[in-house]
Design a protein. Structure first.
Length: 196
């Protein structure tokens, strides 16, 4: 996929379907692919190659969880967080991410898997109430960022889960408004884990 021009060091930029890149170093871009940040984890993630990820550097999602990169959160507890996709498939597209860095969902503990799917269901109910879709879809893909994440998405048809339909130019104000709607529903459900 084509990449935007490189960010300045420390600048956040939209890159893939569901994440941002932070040009985290002042080193030059990779010689073979100008525009890809020289950070090995971010560069590999942009190419869709996570096979070399060794856990030695924080993932992009860990950087968001830690507050190093901005994110629009709707949920936070001891085991996971929920934040908005910056390239939503539909309004309210939320990513549920365990705090512990795990590349493949098969490697989550039973407790973590049960917890993140339960939170996905809770956030999905909030999305259902906030946006009144035909259904709320839940999907684990995990090819772009080597950190498990569950997509919770309002859908009308299965085609609504196709990442080719992502709104890569979604206005941050629209994303924030969708997050507010989800948070309002979570509060109405009596949830204390609402964040934001």
């Amino acid at each position: 996929h084509s990449l935007p021009s490189p960010a300045l060091p420390g600048q956040v930029q939209r890159v893939g379907v569901d994440f941002v890149a932070l040009h985290v170093t002042t080193k030059t871009d990779t010689p073979s692919q100008p525009g890809i940040p020289s950070s090995p984890v971010v560069a590999a993630s942009l190419r869709g190659d996570t096979s070399g990820y060794d856990g030695g550097m924080p993932t992009l999602f860990t950087r968001i969880i830690d507050g190093d990169i901005p994110g629009t959160f709707v949920w936070s507890d001891d085991l996971c967080v929920g934040f908005m996709s910056i390239a939503p498939l539909s309004p309210g597209h939320t990513l549920i991410v365990p705090r512990r860095e795990v590349d493949h969902w098969l490697d989550l503990t039973s407790e973590e898997l049960t917890h993140v799917t339960g939170v996905s269901q809770t956030v999905g109910r909030a999305i259902q109430s906030a946006f009144d879709p035909v259904k709320v879809g839940m999907m684990i893909a995990g090819l772009e960022v080597p950190h498990v994440h569950i997509h919770v998405v309002a859908i009308k048809t299965e085609a609504d889960l196709d990442f080719a339909n992502a709104d890569t130019s979604a206005a941050l104000e629209d994303i924030a408004n969708a997050a507010d709607r989800i948070r309002q529903q979570l509060v109405a459900m009596g949830r204390s884990e609402v964040f934001g």
